[in-house]
Design a protein around this ligand. Structure first.
Ligand SMILES: C[S@@+](CC[C@H](N)C(=O)[O-])C[C@H]1O[C@@H](n2cnc3c(N)ncnc32)[C@H](O)[C@@H]1O
Length: 265
């Protein structure tokens, strides 16, 4: 029943999004910063696809992986006794297209620190590591079995520098926050509930500066997430709110008019 309700709400949200969405050529985008981001930074898909080839090969291997792991989804708050690795790829891992956006954005920003809330199999984490070999990358995963697979994947790809922490976001964020200094990039990709999302955002926006960036996943996934996204966009530091439908990106610029764009990618 819940899934059906979410489905109807998502179709409605998508139609609303399409009415306002701007394309890759940047027509109707008045902010020079957002125009540059859309037409220059996020448009080099062929190059991103080449860079991400080894990660996409790993995704294909994992999609065919029949091993099962125990999973407790702290985000949805339910136990699933066991889940196939292949099904995790289908259900939880960022799509190839989204991965390209994450990669291009991180490569452009070159933050000191990347913090990911929701590692899963580590596919998006690996894309960040490829985009920013010099950045410190911290990623949090609540399910120990899934975290073990992510660790395995980091090893397969020869990436030793990722700091993977196992535990709940609520439990680990207080010990991680003192490590966060700008410029930083946050990818919020787990626990899609209204209160949790707003709470993580409010915590992470504190040290946010004009060189930092926050990516929030599934902003139209449910009415709760839509409400959270609306509230996030109202925050005084959310100067540029970029709605890519499946995720949203927040930037902070001083002395700028608050702007919200819906962008197709
Ligand atoms: C959508 S998946 C992450 C996908 C990954 N970022 C990618 O794109 O490849 C979300 C992950 O966050 C974890 N998670 C959800 N809520 C959590 C919480 N409150 N604390 C810790 N982990 C959580 C889930 O176990 C799941 O593996």
């Amino acid at each position: 029943m819940l899934a059906v309700r979410h489905y109807g709400q998502r179709i409605e949200a998508f139609l609303r999004f399409l009415c306002h969405a701007k394309g890759r050529r940047g027509h109707g985008i008045h902010s020079p910063f957002v125009f540059h981001l859309v037409t220059e930074v996020l448009s080099n898909n062929r190059d991103a696809a080449t860079e991400l080839k080894p990660i996409e090969q790993l995704r294909r291997l994992l999609a065919a992986d029949k091993r099962t792991v125990k999973n407790y989804d702290l985000g949805a708050g339910n136990w699933s006794q066991s889940i196939r690795v292949g099904d995790i790829v289908k259900k939880s891992v960022s799509s190839p297209k989204k991965l390209q956006v994450l990669f291009q954005l991180a490569r452009y920003l070159q933050p000191n620190i990347i913090l990911e809330l929701g590692t899963s199999l580590g596919i998006s984490t690996l894309a960040f590591a490829r985009a920013c070999p010099q950045s410190q990358i911290i990623t949090i995963e609540g399910s120990p079995d899934i975290a073990k697979l992510a660790e395995e994947n980091f090893g397969k790809m020869g990436v030793a520098s990722i700091d993977l922490r196992v535990g709940s976001f609520d439990q680990l964020l207080p010990e991680i926050m003192p490590l966060i200094s700008p410029p930083f990039l946050v990818y919020l990709d787990g626990n899609h509930r209204y209160a949790a999302t707003v709470n993580y955002f409010n915590t992470l926006i504190e040290p946010f500066d004009t060189r930092s960036c926050m990516i929030i996943d599934d902003i139209h996934w449910s009415t709760e997430m839509e409400k959270a996204w609306q509230e996030i966009c109202l925050h005084p530091k959310s100067t540029f709110c970029l709605d890519f439908f499946y995720f949203g990106i927040i930037f902070f610029r001083e002395n700028t008019v608050k702007t919200h764009y819906c962008l197709r990618y």
